[in-house]
Design a protein around this ligand. Structure first.
Ligand code: NAP
Length: 523
């Protein structure tokens, strides 16, 4: 079977540790193998001593040009990459495009951001501030690329966007990357890395790929390194608490579990464009990538009066998708499988946990028989909707507030339509990546923004006026912050230029006003 190697220390090499087999989750067919790699300390050292200096020498603008060229490169390979995502990721063609086009979009966006940055070695941040009233002394913040490596550890659900998005930001900042995709869906990340490394656009040491487990990688972390992790809260906690990470105070950015909420305002009525948008968004978030999105809506807060029409409309639309769930290689299929047997087992266990506090109103977690595959083959879960009582919805200990089922699963939570109750329910999730507010009443929206924002990294505002142009909340744009407080990891990624921050050191230059102006070229 084809063995996929890691690219470490300037060469492609197969690992020498235990073997993992990558499969097609729709057919269970084995596709490739990876073996755990060693020599990870040397790989980090190569990044710091070879990749870092070469990148810093290039400056922001040149690195931005590289990102633009890489965007074109991946765009040219789009069809080939989509085929890999369908095969190893269980993606429909639409799911695959979402991941791959998202990756290309981040490269292009950071190429454009970088084109506006100065040519020098650092960024000047803000204006010089007098140290005190009447002082000739000034404090001026500057941002310089850190001298370590960017260590990127990604989740299985976005092998393209996850890897390339993190890379684009670190590269523009001037920091070399060692990237580790999740093993189960690593074929796509591997092919993208092959293309990027083979194009001759990157200086030696700017990008390394580690396939298989992280091994002893974190034992070699240094004080100038930045770790960016996306995955489960459990793994995130291990990484943050790793003895070497704690001892060196390497920077850590975590993106973890999230129980994202859709909050429907008390003024929404059936038959409106806004109502249709809610149904459309909920269906997209439940079924895109088979619900395996960190930004997918898991909790739907619905005013009690709207519960019945919403349930009816939602179940109607989901029935059509349930009938077309199966092998994404089949053109008629609208939802593919989960990414592995383990994910399927975890999702089924998660549904059983949620069902202790809410009743299942659509879907059978044990269903067999899907489009284009033999009975019992693949990792399929049909769309599942649960519904709680209004009383249970307000119980902060209820499992639907604490347990993220990473699949096509969401829970309807009826509430009394007040901002206070919406805030109680959203807060019970302990911090999320995104919330979506559907309302026309401006006073409700204003109060909800104040009450909900501290729990959210992003709040999508949808109303009747904007319904036609609104985009499903699970889509993350490079200009928007991606990250959320508490359970979501307390991280921040992307968000335009702000996203460079984890890879740059902020230093205050404190000195005479005239001298600082001369040094920084402001005269
Ligand atoms: P995971 O099991 O935590 O794995 C994530 C990554 O961590 C994988 O690359 C994994 O490698 C690696 N890993 C596992 N144990 C490690 C350790 N001890 N040290 C270093 N790395 C380690 O998560 P997943 O199952 O891939 O992803 C699903 C989860 O990710 C969901 O909970 C979802 O909410 C979350 N997620 C969050 C975001 C976000 O932006 N907030 C985005 C996507 C997904 P192996 O694959 O080799 O085990």
């Amino acid at each position: 079977m084809n063995e996929l190697g890691s690219y470490l220390g300037g060469a492609w090499r197969n690992g020498d540790g235990p073997v993992a087999t990558l499969t097609n989750p729709a057919t269970d067919e084995p596709l490739a193998q990876v073996r755990a790699a060693s020599g990870l300390g040397e790989a980090l050292a190569w990044a710091r001593t070879t990749g870092g200096p070469a990148l810093r020498e290039q400056g922001f603008r040149r690195r931005a040009e590289t990102l633009g060229a890489l965007a074109k490169l991946l765009h040219g390979a789009r069809e080939e990459l989509i085929a890999v995502a369908v095969q190893n990721g269980g993606n429909t063609r639409g799911d695959a495009k979402f991941d791959i086009d998202g990756a290309i979009a981040v490269l292009a966006a950071y190429a454009a951001i970088g084109a506006e940055l100065p040519t020098g070695a650092h960024l000047v941040d803000g204006e010089p501030a007098p140290l005190h009233k009447g002082s000739k002394l000034r404090a001026q913040h500057v941002l310089t690329p850190r001298l370590g490596a960017a260590i990127h550890i990604n989740a299985f659900n976005f092998p393209a966007w996850g890897m390339v998005g993190k890379f684009a930001v670190a590269h523009l900042a001037g920091v070399p990357v060692v990237t580790k995709p999740a093993t189960s869906t690593a074929m796509l990340a591997h092919r993208i890395a092959e293309l990027m490394l083979g194009a001759g656009l990157l200086p030696p040491g700017a990008l390394q790929l580690l396939l298989g487990p992280a091994g002893d990688l974190l034992d070699h972390v240094g004080p100038q390194d930045t770790l960016a992790f996306t995955g489960s809260a459990d793994t995130g906690a291990k990484i943050r608490g790793h003895a070497r990470v704690v001892a060196t105070n390497a920077r850590v950015n975590l993106e973890a579990d999230s129980l994202n909420a859709a909050i429907i305002g008390p003024d929404v009525e059936p038959g409106t464009e806004l109502f249709d948008l809610i149904v459309r968004d909920c269906v997209t978030e439940l079924t895109q990538k088979a619900g395996q999105k960190c930004t997918a809506t898991r909790r739907i807060l619905v005013p009690a009066a709207l519960l019945e029409p919403l349930r009816e409309a939602l179940l109607d639309r989901l029935a059509a998708i349930a009938d077309k769930t199966g092998n994404p290689a089949d053109d008629g299929v609208r939802m593919g499988p989960l990414s592995s047997k383990q994910q399927l087992a975890d999702a089924r266990a998660g549904v059983a946990l949620l069902a202790r506090a809410a009743r299942i109103v659509r879907g059978n977690p044990e269903r067999r028989g899907f489009v284009g595959v033999a009975d019992g083959v693949g990792c399929f879960l049909e769309p599942i909707v649960l519904e709680a009582t209004a009383e249970a919805a307000l119980d902060a200990r209820a499992p639907f507030h604490a347990h993220e089922v990473f699949g096509p699963v969401a829970t309807l939570l009826p509430y009394d339509g007040t901002v206070a109750s919406a805030a109680t329910i959203v807060a019970a999730g302990q911090g999320s990546l995104v919330g979506t507010l559907y309302a026309d009443d401006r006073s409700y929206t204003t109060a909800a923004i104040a009450a909900l924002s501290p729990w959210l990294g992003r709040l999508v505002l949808a109303s009747e006026k904007i319904a036609a142009a609104s985009l499903a909340p699970g889509c993350v744009f490079p200009v928007a912050n991606h990250g959320g407080p508490g359970r979501a990891g307390a991280g921040e990624e992307l968000g335009g230029k702000v996203g460079l921050a984890p890879y740059l050191q902020r230093t205050t230059l404190q000195g005479g006003a005239a001298e600082l102006a001369r040094l920084l070229g402001h005269e």
